[in-house]
Write a protein that binds this ligand. Structure first.
Ligand SMILES: [Fe+2]
Length: 296
């Protein structure tokens, strides 16, 4: 009787074949590719048993630290650039459309509706005021009236309202609508760089690999309009630190905006704003739902 040795390739082939009878073709495709890539990964780095034991411990710690306010699995996805990649694959936007970027973990649905030009800072001392204005338009430059801008950001203390037990629930967030000519405007504050949570497994990975946990200053927005694809994006402050090394890889050069410094006595000063302020202009170009190539 001839002796046949089982090779590493035989092991992989057996696992891939175990999914052959899966009735859901998409699930079959995903599980077979996952098995192939996972095994190839272990082969490529010659994964040791000790390293695999460490990995299981890290995954276990990731589960233990996750609850309804802390999502360490999303942090892994963000810090490995997978969130950005999945977004890019889902939203291959046509030329001229505003680029999307990650939603991030601090979005809370149900922001208060606010009037044109309204202030999203519910509390004093949130930061230097910034007049954010522009238009929501289609790729031909036609205004989109009644588009919704759902906006949220952090303050000078680096925190989003949802992270800050001292802050009002609606602090630094709001929903605005464009006027007939597609224009929108609101008073925000100049945003501040902040760190992603780094006291857990992802933080230990960043530390061990010589990476930092910082994100460059930005304001989040979701732009929605009937008949158009919803756009989830940021505007980034062109003068912020960390633009070239965002911990979650969310910076796209087309989303960087210049915050223009304005004097206290500037004639364009918005109502209710005192002292030094900034203005920043940003148009958002949406893609019609009938257009091919764009998803979700
Ligand atoms: Fe953010």
């Amino acid at each position: 009787m001839s002796e046949t040795r089982t090779t590493p390739q035989d092991i992989t082939a057996g696992v891939v074949a175990s999914f052959d009878d899966c009735e859901d073709p998409r699930l079959r495709e995903i599980m077979q590719a996952l098995a192939r890539h996972l095994h190839d990964f272990a082969r490529e780095v010659r994964l040791t048993q000790g390293e695999w034991t460490d990995a299981v411990r890290i995954l276990t710690d990731t589960g233990h630290i996750t609850d309804d306010r802390r999502q360490e699995f999303i942090l892994w996805s963000d810090s490995m650039g997978l969130s950005m990649l999945v977004d890019a694959l889902a939203n291959p936007l046509p030329e001229g459309a505003t680029e999307s970027t990650v939603l991030g973990p601090f979005y809370v649905p149900g922001s208060p509706p606010r009037e044109y030009g309204g202030n999203i800072a519910e509390e004093a001392g949130a930061g230097t005021p910034a007049w954010v204005f522009g238009r929501v338009i289609d790729a031909d430059g036609n205004p989109i009236a009644g588009a919704e801008l759902d906006v949220w950001q952090n303050g000078e203390n680096q925190l989003y309202a949802v992270q800050d037990p001292e802050a009002e629930e609606d602090h630094l967030r709001g929903v605005f609508r464009t006027r007939e000519d597609g224009t929108y405007a609101f008073v925000a504050v100049r945003p501040t760089p902040y760190t992603i949570p780094h006291d857990g497994p992802v933080g230990r990975m960043l530390q061990a690999t010589g990476r930092h946990p910082w994100r460059p200053a930005h304001i989040h927005m979701i732009v929605r309009a009937p008949g158009f694809h919803t756009l989830t994006t940021h505007i980034f402050d062109a003068e912020s630190d960390w633009l070239d090394s965002d911990a979650v890889f969310a910076v796209k050069p087309s989303l960087v905006r210049h915050f223009e410094r304005r004097a206290a006595d500037d004639a364009d000063r918005p109502d209710g704003v005192e002292g030094e302020w900034y203005s920043v202009e940003s148009d958002f170009v949406l893609v019609p739902q009938s257009s091919n190539g764009a998803g979700g």
